[in-house]
Write a protein that binds this ligand. Structure first.
Ligand SMILES: NC(=O)c1ccc[n+]([C@@H]2O[C@H](COP(=O)([O-])OP(=O)(O)OC[C@H]3O[C@@H](n4cnc5c(N)ncnc54)[C@H](O)[C@@H]3O)[C@@H](O)[C@H]2O)c1
Length: 393
């Protein structure tokens, strides 16, 4: 029997936790009723926004509330496993922000637990809801470039010095590395567009710039990770995290299980911020320029030429409202429909695990002189179990 109104809690109510606000639609059958966060300022703001809601600094108190049907877990990456396992144990449906966890074993424990407890698990890969990616997927699936053979992604992270080197993101112990934490999105998109999963990876990279900055905040202070245009050029950044041991440049190569070859490059101090995907097939290639609705264009080449700036066809991505180019409202709606109405989801938690696995092993390769690394498989019964929840095309 369908519930009248889904009761929802959020663990990690500040920062990305504001995504859960989008689930507060009492007239449409979902209500945000509780927030847990260790930051008292965040709890105060949450209470101002949702005066009726229960708030606590201890997420376990939120999980003890029987009436809560589902929780958003939007805490920092290194807490995902603990918070997801506890929420599953408490029988709550889970929206777990990407990356699923910071290790392969951690992801596998979460997959196993949700299967055992028969709890709905959804991992928040909002790039699968971005207009530019959806259009590329549709074009590739239509066969316009033939059979896919290669996928490349260049990722320019202009906000790297602001968002990733001033707080926990800068520490291996809290992320494994940015080739997992940041790249989990893009590895998943490459897997999705190319219809396979990395089975072998190699990577190179290093900490090439941010370690030169000696201006650091105290370990007891919370870094200000907000994006500011005036923080330029990157070496003028101030108040970085006291520990910085993740890489700011990384490059990985992937061999997928279907014979497709992919590459991914990430730099945390470019002046501009966007992702460029190029997918090459047996009949052509497709590439995006810009990735935000309103300024993104996709070009497709399928006729032989020397250089054709415009491509044979161009697709302009019109503006869309909502954060992350409309992807956030769309992903929250999908999660709510999954929990309330048993509707299918776009990404299996196993696919989310596979993006973590590729990023994790690439990081291990990068830190071992580019040694090739094989990705451990997910047991077949786990793959099959989660497949049943995924939309079939
Ligand atoms: N998909 C996306 O587009 C996207 C964008 C940004 C962040 N993220 C992901 O969202 C997650 C949160 O990132 P963020 O930048 O908001 O981090 P953050 O450091 O701002 O933390 C989010 C919130 O969690 C709270 N928190 C920390 N420890 C807690 C604990 N033990 N119990 C309860 N609350 C706790 C913090 O006080 C904060 O309010 C990360 O996993 C990140 O990778 C995803």
């Amino acid at each position: 029997m369908k519930k009248k109104c889904l009761k929802i809690g959020v663990i990690g109510a500040g920062g990305r936790g504001r995504l859960a606000y989008l689930a507060h639609k009492p007239e449409q059958g979902s209500e945000l009723v509780a927030g847990a966060d260790t930051n008292t300022k965040v709890l105060r703001e949450f209470k101002e926004k949702f005066p009726e809601a229960f708030v606590s600094a201890d997420y376990r108190e939120l999980l003890d509330i029987k009436e809560i049907d589902a929780v958003f877990i939007t805490t920092p990456d290194f807490l995902h496993e603990e918070h997801a396992l506890a929420a599953i144990e408490a029988g709550k449906a889970v929206y777990l922000e990407k990356p699923m966890t910071i290790t392969i074993d951690g992801c596998d424990r979460v997959l196993q637990k949700a299967k055992e407890k028969k709890v709905k698990l959804y991992v928040g890969h909002n790039m699968r809801h971005m207009a530019v990616i959806l259009k590329m997927k549709q074009l590739i699936d239509s066969g316009i470039i033939g059979e896919v053979k290669a996928g490349w992604c260049r990722h320019f992270v202009a906000y790297g010095g602001d968002a990733y080197f001033k707080d926990w993101h800068a520490e291996r112990s809290k992320t494994t590395g940015l080739l997992l934490q940041k790249a989990a999105h893009d590895i998943d998109v490459l897997h999705w567009l190319c219809r396979g999963y990395s089975k072998r990876v190699v990577a190179f990279g290093g900490l090439t710039l941010y370690d030169k900055i000696k201006d650091r905040h105290a370990p007891t202070e919370r870094g200000d990770a907000s994006f500011r245009m005036e923080n330029w050029p990157p070496l003028t950044q101030k108040q970085l995290n006291p520990i910085i041991d993740v890489e700011d440049i990384s490059m990985m190569l992937m061999e997928l299980d279907n014979g497709v070859f992919c590459s991914y490059q990430q730099c945390h101090y470019t002046p501009d911020a966007w992702r460029n995907y190029t997918i090459i097939g047996t009949h052509g290639r497709i590439e995006n320029f810009g990735d935000s609705p309103g300024n993104a264009v996709i070009k497709v080449w399928y006729q032989r030429t020397t250089y054709n700036h415009y491509g044979d066809i161009q697709y302009f991505i019109p503006p869309v409202s909502g954060s992350h180019g409309g992807a956030d409202p769309s992903i929250v709606d999908e999660f709510l429909r999954f929990v309330r109405d048993d509707e299918p989801i776009r990404i299996s938690p196993v696919e989310a695990r596979n993006s973590v696995a590729a990023g994790y092993m690439a990081t291990m390769s990068l830190r071992n002189n580019g040694k090739p690394m094989d990705i451990p498989d997910v047991p077949e019964e786990i793959v099959k179990y989660y497949d049943r929840f995924v939309e079939k095309k």
